[in-house]
Every structure is written in C-alpha cells, then in structure tokens.
Write a protein that binds this ligand. Structure first.
Ligand code: FES
Length: 496
C-alpha cells in the first residue's frame, strides 16, 4: 500500500492507495472537493495538480506508484446567483400540517444545480427567508455535466449510492451549520422543498439515471414526490416531509417547471421564451395557445470546461471583456476565462475581424493585458466549442418558434433564467448568435427562478398543484428525433 498526502485549504488529508491506482480516483475517494469536468476522461485538462518534487500532472491520467504529496487548488468562492424576486409571483403561507412538529418551525428550499447548490431557509411562522447559503455541488468531482456523472455510475460499483451520498452529506452539513449559527435544533427543520434537473433528482433518491443518457432518454420518474425525511437519511425532524417538484422529461427538469410556475402571472398574457443556458440548455416557448419545451446539449463550454483557458466563475476568471479590457472576478490577476467573459471576447473578436464569420482565426488570440508565461489565449478549438454551444441553443429556439408557427418578432419577452443567463452581456450573446437579435428591452434576466420556485413550493402546498397543472400543459419536443433540428444546428454554427 502507498500513502498519498493531499494538501488543500491549509489542511492535509492522508489516504492509502493500491500501487498503480489512478490519482483522480484517490482524490475522489478521499471525499475532497475537486473540479474534474470531464469526469476523468482525460479530455478537459482541468484536473491538473502539483506533485511535490515532480511537477504538474493530469491527475486522471496519473497512476500512483510511490508515496507522494499533492498540492490541490484551494476552494474559491463561486459566483452563485441565489435570489431575485423582481418577476416572481408570491403565494399565501400554507405549508400544510407542520405546526405541531416544532414551536419554531423552519423550512428549507434547495435548488440542486449540476454545478451549484443553493439553500433558502424560511421561518414557517412568517414565510420570511432568514438565511441563504450556496456551495459547489460536491458531485462535481465526478464530472461537470450530467452525462459524465451518469457514466460514473455505469462504470463504478455503488456509483449511484456515492452520488446520492454526496448530496445527502452536503444537505446535512449545510442544515447543521445553519442550526448551529441560528440556535435551532435539527428537529425544528420540519419541511424541505427540493428542485433540480431530472438527473440530479434521480441521484438524490439513489435512482439510477442510465436510461436518461440514451435514446429515448426516458427518466424513471417525473412526478412530484413527498418522501418521509427518514427515508432519505436527512438529519431533520423525523416527521418532516421532503418534497420534490415535478419534472417534465429526462432533460427538462423540476428546476424548469418550478421556475416557469414561479414567474408572475402577467407574463402568461403575453408570448415569451424562457431560456436556461447551461451545459444542458432548456428552452420553453409560451404562446397564446401552446407551451412548447425542448432541451439541447449546449455542452460545458459556457461553464469553462473544454475551453483551453476556461474556468468556473470564481476568483481569477475574466468575467467580462469590453473594448479590449478585461474585468476579473476578485480584481486579481487573470488566470482564465469563465462563460460570460468568453462570450464577450468572441463578440469582440468578431467586431474587430479577428474572427471570421465561418469561425476561423489566423492564430491564437491572446487576451490583452493577460500576464503569465504565454498569456491567456483563445484557440481555434475554443472557438469551435463556442460554435457548438451557441448553435445548440439558437437552433433549439428556432425549432420551437417554427413549430409554433410564429417568428421571433412576435415575442413580447425573452426571459433568461439561472446564474449564467443572469451574468451574460445580452448584446454580446446576440452578437455571437447565441440569442435572437430582437429589441434588447424585451430581454429580462430573471435570476434563480428554480430557487424561487422551490421557495414557493416550500411556502405553499397549493403551489405544488399549480406546478403539476402547468406541467400537464407543456408539450415536450424531442429534438434528437426532430427532422429539422440538425439542419438548424448546422446553419447556426456560423457567425453573422
Ligand atoms: S482531464 Fe482529467 S478530469 Fe478531465
């Protein structure tokens, strides 16, 4: 047996391993949070670590054959969008029969995103939010996207139990910290309301999501769930219920249904698009007489993965780029580029004819002012990744509009949901062809609508019925079998 010392955040974790064992597997086994976007496929290059007296290695390609000491990147605060209620409706406080369970009843709404998790703590006597917490989804060490995580469960014994454990441990950790800080007992936590994409909710219940990864992408369940807390080993009041909001399909989850149901009813008098851009792009079109939904695999480019200088929206990332000038999260030296910065840079390269309409560049583009040995570069391959991601979203939007028989100019609004949609510059997104070129005033950045939906479901049992009613009105369009999608996808590859 050999010993591996992992240095992180000023602490050391020592773990024993078999000779030849893969370093990433050892890090994953140690339970240490670590960013491995491609889940150990050796393609993203983001799992690099420094081995003392040896240098930098790609941990998922490194078999360990002697005792080593490894320096892991310290955790960095991720820019997480937690609350924005400007366009959210409100509901009366009616959380059901919970007042007999505690004199100071607390509820928790949780938005389990593929990348981040957000917790909203509510005083169930008043309906007021008393605390909000967020963190990186600890499953991220098994891949940045849901497909990598599903593959992990396919390749690993107890893989689904491991993904479930990562979520349950995190829920217990965050609730425990809240109770300690605010002098509550875990027994005062009497209701949980959870949203997330369909794969996240499957892993939360320990249900294998393999069928979602392959055509026809069928989930095991999409209905709302009401589960006794003891069944999930969540350390809260033993008579508390854990509520899961309903999903629509394998790739349009409860985060979208809850988000759609949470927006102000006045929007439903109009025609609008609701777009949640992430590794998986979810798009919903609401017209006078139909609600159509689809999902497109945008890929991890906008999350910084598969981009040579890509990184998450953490300290050191270029998050915006205007007139050749970078803005860096934390106002420190730039180390890489996150999704919103990438879109700005590509728009700038188009405007300055550094990038041609068919997506070609003569040489790598070095971000002005980026120091370090070779500076931060945008490569031809990076541009290709952006073309793939933006055309997936653009083609999804075009298909829904054409199936509904309306044009983009018939829309009253385009609502951008979620963290990424909130931080991007809409002008740049239009410039690269990610979003339609309509009057910019029609765009609304809605914030964390999934979180808002989870909060409303926590507050009111009747909101759960509203979500189910809405879900039953939505027609899901499976783009993978849609004859015209691939043509739209190919056409949207180019820039204009
Ligand atoms: S290259 Fe190792 S996780 Fe992607």
């Amino acid at each position: 047996m050999i010993s591996v010392k992992l240095h992180k955040n000023g602490g050391i974790t020592t773990i024993t391993a078999e000779k030849g064992e893969n370093l990433l597997k050892i890090i994953q086994r140690s339970g240490t949070d670590f960013y491995a976007p491609c889940g150990g496929n050796g393609t993203c290059g983001k799992c690099r670590v420094n081995i003392l007296n040896e240098g930098v290695v790609t941990s998922c390609l490194y078999p360990v054959d002697k005792n080593i000491e490894v320096i892991l990147p310290d955790d960095r605060e991720m820019k997480v969008l937690s609350s924005q209620y400007d366009y959210s409706k409100d509901v009366d406080l009616d959380p059901g029969d919970i007042y007999s369970l505690s004199d100071s009843p607390i509820g928790v709404a949780i938005d389990i995103g593929t990348t981040t998790m957000v917790y909203y703590f509510m005083d169930l006597k008043t309906g007021g939010i008393t605390d909000i917490r967020s963190n990186v989804n600890p499953q991220i060490k098994y891949g940045a996207d849901v497909i990598s995580r599903i593959n992990f469960t396919a390749e690993t014994d107890d893989g689904i139990e491991e993904l479930q454990r990562q979520l349950i441990d995190n829920i217990n950790l965050v609730i425990g910290r809240f109770c300690k800080k605010h002098n509550f007992s875990n027994n005062d936590i009497v209701r949980l309301s959870i949203v997330g994409n369909t794969v996240m909710l499957h892993t939360l219940l320990g249900v294998n999501a393999l069928t979602i990864a392959h055509a026809p992408f069928t989930p095991v369940f999409t209905d709302a769930k009401n589960i006794p807390s003891v069944e999930l080993s969540v350390d809260i009041n033993k008579d508390a219920a854990v509520l899961l909001s309903p999903s629509l399909s394998g790739y349009v989850g409860a985060d979208i249904i809850a988000g759609l149901a949470s927006i102000d009813e006045s929007f439903y008098q109009k025609q609008f698009l609701f777009v949640d851009i992430g590794t998986n792009g979810e798009i919903v079109l609401v017209t006078k007489d139909r609600i159509l939904a689809c999902a497109t695999a945008a890929g991890p480019a906008f999350e910084g993965a598969n981009i040579s200088c890509g990184m998450s929206a953490v300290r050191g990332a270029v998050s915006s780029f205007k007139d050749g000038i970078s803005k860096v999260i934390g106002d420190v030296e730039a180390e890489g580029v996150c999704g919103s910065g990438l879109i700005d840079i590509v728009a700038y390269m188009l405007d300055n004819e550094i990038l041609s309409m068919d997506g070609n560049i003569e040489s790598d583009y070095v971000i002005p002012g980026s120091a370090g040995s070779n500076g931060i570069k945008i490569t031809q391959q990076d541009i290709r990744e952006v073309q793939l991601a933006k055309s997936a979203i653009a083609a999804g939007i075009s298909r829904l509009l054409s199936i509904a028989g309306i044009s983009v100019n018939d829309l009253d609004n385009i609502l951008l949901a979620g963290g990424f949609g909130n931080y991007i510059d809409i002008k740049s997104a239009i410039r690269i062809g990610l979003l339609p070129g309509i009057n910019i005033d029609k765009y609304i950045q809605m914030g964390n609508t999934a979180g808002n939906g989870a909060v409303l479901a926590l507050k009111s049992e009747s909101f759960v019925t509203e979500m189910e009613d809405l879900k039953n009105k939505v027609e899901y369009i499976e783009l993978s079998t849609d004859p015209d999608f691939s043509m739209e996808y190919a056409m949207n590859m180019f820039f204009t």
